[in-house]
Write a protein that binds this ligand. Structure first.
Ligand code: JFE
Length: 232
């Protein structure tokens, strides 16, 4: 999978050099590149923003550098591209979207700042046949820009790629768990920690009873936990 992130702060993406994602890159499973939007400005001040038409507070990102930067990323593939524009007004990211994106050949992340990117950028690329545009939010809170949201999506998507995580069993187990059912509580040694005991059933060796108990725990957790409901 090819991943390109376009940003005025490409240094935000240096953590991808570490850990699991770093190993997957070394193995050639993920080809990641961060590109600096200011490399696609041609004025002395490398201007990327301007005042909003219609007035109002803040600044809006100019469309021309975005067009040049996205075109340069598109020029590196024949494969269909998924262009993800991060915005607090987008469609909510979830595990189902992560699974869909895990089959993408090339994902381009447009990470804006200020009050976001001129709306014509998403509109233009929606008219391009080799490009699917997704305007995505990672949750109902406002970040200062799209970079952290892109990192979240990159981690959620790349961990689904075959060979990216060491333990293929843990991924298979999660895939028929996911949306409605939250996970059951997990315990390891010691059996008593600060007076708190591990549930006796887990020490019983009765695998049928353990599976039943875990299903019950997952269900009661998913009923209590507001995180899977529309809002709190
Ligand atoms: C950008 C900003 C005020 C945008 C109307 C680019 N889930 C999520 N929260 N926040 C974002 C995503 C996000 C994504 C990209 C972004 C926030 N901002 C800041 C501030 C209004 C905005 O859009 C700029």
């Amino acid at each position: 999978m090819k991943i390109t992130a376009i940003s005025i702060f490409p240094e935000y993406f240096t953590p991808l050099d570490l850990s699991l994602i770093g190993k997957a890159r070394e193995q050639g499973l993920i080809d990641f590149k961060a590109i600096n939007l200011r490399d696609f400005t041609y004025d002395n001040h490398h201007t990327v923003d301007d005042t909003p038409y219609g007035g109002g507070a803040g600044m809006v990102m100019k469309p021309e550098p975005w067009g040049e930067a996205i075109d340069s990323a598109l020029a590196e593939t024949d494969a269909p591209v998924d262009l993800i524009v991060l915005t607090p007004a987008g469609s909510k990211f979830n595990q189902r979207k992560a699974e869909t994106l895990a089959s993408a050949k090339h994902i381009i992340f447009a990470c804006g700042r200020y009050e976001g990117i001129d709306a014509r950028v998403a509109d233009f690329y929606r008219t391009q046949n080799q490009v699917r545009v997704h305007e995505i939010s990672i949750g109902d809170y406002v970040l200062n820009g799209g970079e952290v949201a892109a990192l979240v999506i990159i981690e959620a998507v790349t961990r689904l790629l075959p060979g990216v995580i060491g333990n293929p069993d843990s991924l298979a187990e999660e895939s028929h768990n996911e949306l409605g059912e939250l996970e059951y509580p997990s315990y390891t040694k010691p059996a008593n920690w600060r007076g708190l005991e591990v549930p006796e059933i887990l020490l019983s060796g009765n695998h049928g009873a353990i599976a039943k108990w875990r299903r019950e725990q997952a269900l009661s957790r998913s009923q209590q936990n507001s995180s899977i409901e529309p809002q709190d």
